[in-house]
Design a protein around this ligand. Structure first.
Ligand code: NHR
Ligand code: GAR
Length: 219
């Protein structure tokens, strides 16, 4: 990696944390100019927290079940995140819907990875739904998070084929492999200042992006 200044990153997770691991690995090898300030899980005891600890990154739990409502949980989450003064916050398998006050607070510096070729299959159980719909192609998308669930401006996508005999697990594994390349690349662009949100559109290399980038565009 070249001279890009490091940005401060906070990663929000809810579970396994394999996308987190891809980010940790590239940060450790110097491919990704980020200081991972904290990893925060809304579910206690998940594998992703262990991955963070092993990498020497603060691993924090904020159990949403300890709060009586979504706004209460989110106020505490914002407080915890902002204590780490992140330049960028990424959702990596984070499974709680966020209110507009949260998404407005982090507008332009909050990314999500979603396991479908958005705008197809917003929400949950995307692999199952792609198979049921008879799709021949599926994939993953990185988008800026806005109040609209999985509806924010799309930055970059990776495609995989749906193969005969696929079930949600085999298809999901094929998508996940691409996710692990996709997220570090999008974060790298953000760290390099190549990526931003301008109004409702993605800015990439100083221009509004007409169509989502493709992983195959990557060099
Ligand atoms: N919040 C906003 N406002 N906008 C987005 O684009 C968001 C978001 C919160 C999370 C990730 C998302 C995904 O990539 C994400 C994007 C959870 C649910 C959900 O229904 C939906 C989408 C996503 C994450 N969660 C249930 C809830 O009641 C709980 C499900 C569970 O705990 O298993 O929050 O797909
Ligand atoms: C990933 O496939 C991610 O795209 C998806 O959950 C998985 C998390 O895996 N995200 C969502 O479905 C968000 N609702 P990981 O914990 O191993 O990174």
């Amino acid at each position: 990696m070249n001279e890009a200044r490091k940005i401060r990153l906070v990663v929000l997770i809810s579970g396994r944390g394999s996308n987190l691991q891809a980010i940790l690995d590239q940060a450790a090898s110097g491919e990704l100019p980020v200081d991972i300030a904290a990893v925060i899980s809304n579910r206690p005891g998940v594998q992703g927290l262990e991955r963070a600890r092993r990498a020497g990154v603060p691993a924090l739990e904020l159990d949403h079940k300890a709060f009586s409502d979504r706004p209460g949980f989110e106020a505490a989450l914002v407080e915890l995140i902002d204590r780490h003064q992140p330049d960028l916050v990424v959702l990596a398998g984070f499974m709680r819907v966020l209110t507009p006050s949260f998404t407005d607070h982090y507008r332009g510096r909050l990314l999500n990875i979603h396991p479908s070729l958005l705008p197809k299959f917003r929400g949950l159980h995307t692999h199952e739904r792609a198979i049921a719909a008879g799709e021949t192609e599926h994939g993953a998308s990185i988008h800026f998070v806005t109040a609209e669930l999985d509806g924010g401006p799309i930055i970059v996508q990776a495609r995989v084929p749906v193969l005969p005999g696929d079930d949600p697990d085999t298809l999901g594994a094929r998508v996940l492999e691409q996710e692990h390349r996709l997220y570090p690349q999008a974060i790298r662009w953000f760290a390099q200042g190549r990526l931003g949100l301008e109004g409702e559109r993605v800015r990439f290399d100083g221009r509004p992006l007409e169509n989502p980038l493709e992983l195959t565009d990557l060099t």
